[in-house]
Design a protein around this ligand. Structure first.
Ligand code: ADP
Ligand code: MG
Length: 326
């Protein structure tokens, strides 16, 4: 699907099909409400297309960053969005505008915001295990699609997974393909990127990036969605990196109180230090945790994770520490 002839050596694709419009964005759109979010180099604002009155999210990307021309990075982001058009769980791209200093991506608006907010929310607003099962299936369906097309996201984290609506809980949309790369067996992508807490051990040791790199992040993401705890986060960056490279994960009842043992097994299949031992997105989709239709054993509320008052009949959760092979 992606034309490898227009790829540079680190897996960026810069050939796009979307017409880049040069007329002023404000001729066709009105900005409404406040900012939807922002990242390092982008601001995202809600807007309304005048012709249709449809709402979109406009992502304003600066072309120059730290004195460097980053237009190719933005074209790569657009190329990935184009390539994933057929998948409902990847945010839709409507139009692209360019000015002398910026490129504006007009994206489908995911009005429910980041899943981050519900990961850190209090009990009554936090995800239940049932919610997480449904959302994890959607994330994996989107990521499996990307991986089948040799695209790795490389920045999967709760700030880049959005919801179509928060209440009632809608569907997920994967956003932010700013770090995405095309991987194939011809060229090796090795880069230090991503967000410390979610980054896979092979990134830290500068080994090649593969689709398994995303699977690690999905393991971290699932852990956070279920428990509200970031499994590797240390006091400082260095401590976080040490936790990751040692595969230091707490699977005890302290953190997983009230959460099924299948969920723990699922996470353990992803937080494997050796990328070759990690489940693929398709394997995850067949995991029993995501295929227990009745889910009768699964609690519909997430109980407090900070205090553990486990009783004898709550000992179902697996206490086994994974022994990462390397
Ligand atoms: P960056 O590359 O700077 O991290 P993102 O694409 O992640 O930029 O956008 C930054 C933030 O803006 C996101 O974390 C999210 O909160 C918000 N956002 C991005 N895209 C959308 C969208 N399509 N709908 C609603 N909010 C969005
Ligand atoms: Mg982002």
């Amino acid at each position: 699907m992606l034309d490898s002839s227009v790829m540079n050596k680190i897996g960026m694709v810069t050939k796009i099909h979307t017409r880049i419009r040069t007329e002023p964005f404000k001729n066709n759109y009105d900005l409404v409400g406040k900012e939807l979010g922002r990242g390092k180099f982008a601001v995202v604002k809600k807007c309304v297309e005048r012709a249709t009155q449809n709402e979109y999210a406009a992502k304003f990307l600066r072309k120059r960053r730290k004195g460097q021309d980053c237009r190719a990075d933005i074209l790569n982001e657009i190329a990935v969005l184009e390539a994933a058009k057929a998948n409902p769980y990847v945010v839709g791209l409507h139009e692209v505008y360019e000015t002398s200093s910026e490129i504006i991506l007009v994206l489908e608006c995911a009005a429910g915001g980041e899943i981050f907010d519900q990961c850190v929310a209090d009990n009554d607003e936090a995800f239940t295990e049932k919610d997480v099962i449904r959302l994890a299936r959607q994330i994996l369906t989107g990521v499996a699609f990307l991986h089948r097309n040799n695209v790795v996201h490389l920045d999967l984290k709760p700030q880049n997974i959005l919801l179509t609506s928060a209440q009632p809980l809608g569907d997920i949309r994967i956003v932010d393909f700013g770090l995405s790369r095309h991987v194939d067996n011809k060229s090796e992508v090795r880069e230090i990127l991503g967000t410390p807490e979610y980054v896979a051990p092979e990134i830290l040791s500068y080994e090649p990036v593969t689709t398994a790199t995303d699977m690690w992040s999905i393991g971290v993401l699932t852990y956070v969605m279920l428990t509200g705890v970031s499994p590797f986060l240390g006091e400082e960056k260095q401590e976080t990196y040490l936790n990751i490279s040692q595969g230091n994960v707490d699977y005890t009842e302290d953190v997983f109180h009230g959460i099924s043992s299948l969920a723990v097994d699922f996470i353990q299949s992803l937080l494997q230090l050796d990328p070759r031992n990690r489940s693929t997105a398709d394997e995850c989709l067949s995991h029993p945790w995501l295929n227990t239709d009745s889910n009768s054993h699964i609690a519909t509320t997430i109980t407090s994770t900070t205090t553990s008052t486990s009783t004898a009949d709550e000992q179902e959760t697996s206490q086994s520490e994974s022994e990462p092979e390397s």
